[in-house]
Design a protein around this ligand. Sequence first.
Ligand code: FAD
Length: 502
Amino acid sequence: PAADHAPALVIGSGYGAAVAALRLARAGVRTVVLEMGRLWETPGPDGKVFCRTIAPDHRSMWFRTRTEAPLATFLWLDVVNRNISPYPGVLDRIDYGDMAVYVGRGVGGGSLVNGGMAVTPPRSYFSEVLPQVDADAMYGTYFPRARSALGVNSIDRAWFESTPWYRYSRVSRAHAARAGIGTVFVPNVYDFDHMRREAAGTAPKSALAGEVLYGNNHGKRSLDKTYLAAALATGLVTVETLSRVRAVRPHARGHVVTVERLDLRGRVRATDEITTSRLFLGAGSLGTTELLLRARETGALPDLSPEVGRGWGHNGNVMAARANHVWDPVGARQSTMPVLGIDDWNNPTHPVFAEVAPLPMGLEHWISLYLAITKNPERGHFVYDAVRDRARLRWSRDQNGPSVAAARSLFGRLNRVNGTVYRHDLFGGNRAIADDFTYHPLGGCVLGRATDLYGRVRGHRGIYVVDGSLIPGSLGVNPFVTITALAERNMERIIREDVLRD
Ligand code: FAD
């Protein structure tokens, strides 16, 4: 049964939300977390919590009859996707026409499905993106705090150099080196000691069993194991699952939210209202922006800034794949946790930071796969569709132009120097570069525009944005460490100045 009043209410349970819940609880504030997805801790009939990436079942995706994996085809055959029965699965794909966005659903948000890459952005680019934020404090205090609480660790270099599981990364490193481009190791939240035990056969396999995207059964320090576990351990936090927030409006005690309680078939079995003195929005770039946009456009929160819904970007995400020579195998065995990035970010015309991504198909395929993060100045915005009561993203395919040009510049060089070619059969539509989806939605309620410099929503007191919607569309690296660190910074201030002052 729902509490009808919560001193603090957090919507969502991803990175920003998890930080908010922990810091509020540590400050002694009773906090309710509302998450539309389920809690992922009960094993299914196969004894596992999550299904396998290459054999997805109902647990894979959010209310679908067929999976929609980012790599849809192989040799132009749709061998990857499966028919499934609708269920609150862990991965969702939200389609906006020219751009689709993948997000996690469940207690832990994106941390359940992502690749665990825990990258701190180069300080110079962070300062370019968020000049209003004190970089000394971020790099001296909040990034280290976030990395420590997230359980970030690094692969052992000697093991990396020798294990068959990272041959695919070493091959891409050699190809980049031939083009005169450097690579960097990237830390991860996957427990590398566990991974080595997987390789040795002394621990159950997860990263070495192809698991990613639809959840990891072992090894990964997702938020339910870190921030959220610590928050629950205070005894002051309650997490209510299958609880989707639809609306927010003012109330004598602060604000009231309307929550739809879902059943496992996606039907709304009850609609509740919960009042709160402090409302923290951590529903992610799309979720938070939609809630505030709906509230402004329906007149529920009329004084919200016109900036709500603006400043959205996809972190310049594009994917590409190269076909290597038969004498240059990438390995049938591949760890799903990326540990290497091709770092061409200082390229004056086409900056790219390209994660060397795994393609664990259990057979040798000679493919090098990349998730390229590019510097794309284009921004999208959201409009409210009153008929369907949802936000629509205004983003056109031609806005990907700078990203595609940058990726082509980097991978074209790699192909020329190594005598290799693009693979056209992986993304559908015979394309070499996939520019129609992203893993890194950012912005929509940008810090210092839709909110003040700490995420306090402009126009309505007592509402705070704590997630990736604060970051204006581009970060240059994978975003979750920055989302976490920024939430740490903002929550520290909000608790001191707003919460404890009551
Ligand atoms: P999220 O983590 O998206 O959390 C939002 C939560 O709110 C979700 O649980 C959602 O179900 C819930 N929610 C939404 N709307 C509502 C509502 N109305 N009511 C109730 N609950 C709601 N980043 C990296 O840094 N490194 C990586 O290696 C990496 N790999 C990725 C791989 C994949 C496949 C994907 C999809 C993402 C990856 N990312 C990676 C991105 C990263 O996961 C996101 O940037 C991050 O999760 C965003 O955090 P957030 O706090 O903004 O929101």
